[in-house]
Design a protein around this ligand. Structure first.
Ligand SMILES: Cc1cc2nc3c(=O)[nH]c(=O)nc-3n(C[C@H](O)[C@H](O)[C@H](O)COP(=O)(O)OP(=O)(O)OC[C@H]3O[C@@H](n4cnc5c(N)ncnc54)[C@H](O)[C@@H]3O)c2cc1C
Length: 282
């Protein structure tokens, strides 16, 4: 049986195709979906969103930066507002795969796959991202913090498309991103930490601290955020953060890493967020 192929010319066409063919696969860059193509039956059909202009723009608007879900990482990397206002996202994206993957891979695809090791996902949590989801029934907005409901489970309905990712402006003045992998490029992360804070002077406020690869989904560490809230970064605070991270997560061992290594890395990265602020103030 051959696979049907649809290439919608507009977002409305994409919605119609999705409503009429819930059994077709939505495809953006294909850098996740195509990896396993030889190990499962061919899909009944494909709805190809790659390059659909309604999904590829990046626009700074009133209080928000709106990134089209099918904007490639290469495009995200060239956007001035991303560079100026969201350095944590920019750094994260610059470390995804390598040039070829960045030319095809999209934020919408990372969110759609919803892997616990999707690199951008903790960043979206730390930046309070909002997703715009659309279908023939209309559009709705969902906080990314609520979107992922379990291991590769999301709130996306079978007739919906991820349309855009909105990042609130002004952005947090303090942002942090670090991942640990076997090597610098083309390595799936063992642990990732993204963080942000607002506040004036040295005190951290509105702290967000998120991790990937330490649970069945990307998570925020509320207890660690509460510990950091209103504090001035110090060496003592960094040590307290290490202890609080150990209480907050229970990583697993798998083919990519061991539970103790993941825990130690997560503690070190979270402490580094604090230590970087200490160094910045010195
Ligand atoms: C060699 C290699 C290296 C990689 N390195 C990294 C890395 O360092 N970090 C990392 O996080 N990932 C990495 N990946 C995984 C992949 O590149 C990313 O997850 C990428 O963001 C996927 O985007 P895509 O557009 O290619 O998604 P696709 O493969 O096209 O789609 C992925 C899933 O998302 C769904 N989807 C796509 N777009 C939408 C939409 N608009 N609305 C609803 N659902 C949608 C699809 O239906 C599918 O289920 C790597 C992959 C490869 C092959």
């Amino acid at each position: 049986m051959s696979t049907a192929y649809l290439k919608p010319a507009s977002l409305e066409d994409a919605y119609t195709a999705r409503a009429e063919h819930p059994d077709y696969v939505l495809l953006a860059g294909g850098t996740d979906y195509m990896v396993g193509i030889l190990h499962r039956p061919a899909p009944v059909g494909v709805i190809d969103l790659f390059g659909l202009s309604a999904l590829t723009g990046i626009e700074a608007g009133e209080g928000v930066l709106r990134i089209g879900a099918a904007a490639t990482y290469a495009v995200v990397l060239t956007d001035a507002t991303v560079s100026e206002s969201f350095p944590s996202l920019r750094t994260c994206v610059s470390e995804i795969g390598a040039t070829q993957i960045q030319a095809r891979g999209t934020l919408g695809g990372n969110i759609g796959t919803s892997s616990p090791v999707g690199d951008t996902l903790p960043v979206l949590l730390a930046l309070d991202a909002i997703l715009e989801l659309g279908s023939s029934r209309g559009t709705r907005k969902v906080a990314y913090a609520e979107f992922c409901t379990g291991y590769r489970q999301t709130l996306l309905k079978e007739d919906e498309v991820i349309v855009a990712i909105e990042l609130p402006l002004p952005s947090p003045g303090v942002q942090f991103w670090r991942k640990v992998g076997t090597r610098k490029a083309q390595a799936i992360s063992k642990v990732m930490v993204a963080a942000s804070a607002r506040g004036s002077g040295e005190t951290l406020t509105d702290v967000r601290l998120a991790m990937g690869a330490v649970a069945d989904r990307p998570i925020r560490l509320g207890a660690v955020e509460a510990l950091l809230e209103g504090q001035v970064p110090s060496l003592e605070l960094a040590e307290q953060v290490r202890a609080a991270v150990a209480d907050a997560i229970t990583p697993i061992s798998d083919l990519r890493s061991t539970a103790p290594y993941r825990l130690r890395s997560a503690q070190n990265l979270a402490a580094r967020f604090v230590l970087q602020r200490v160094e910045a103030q010195a």
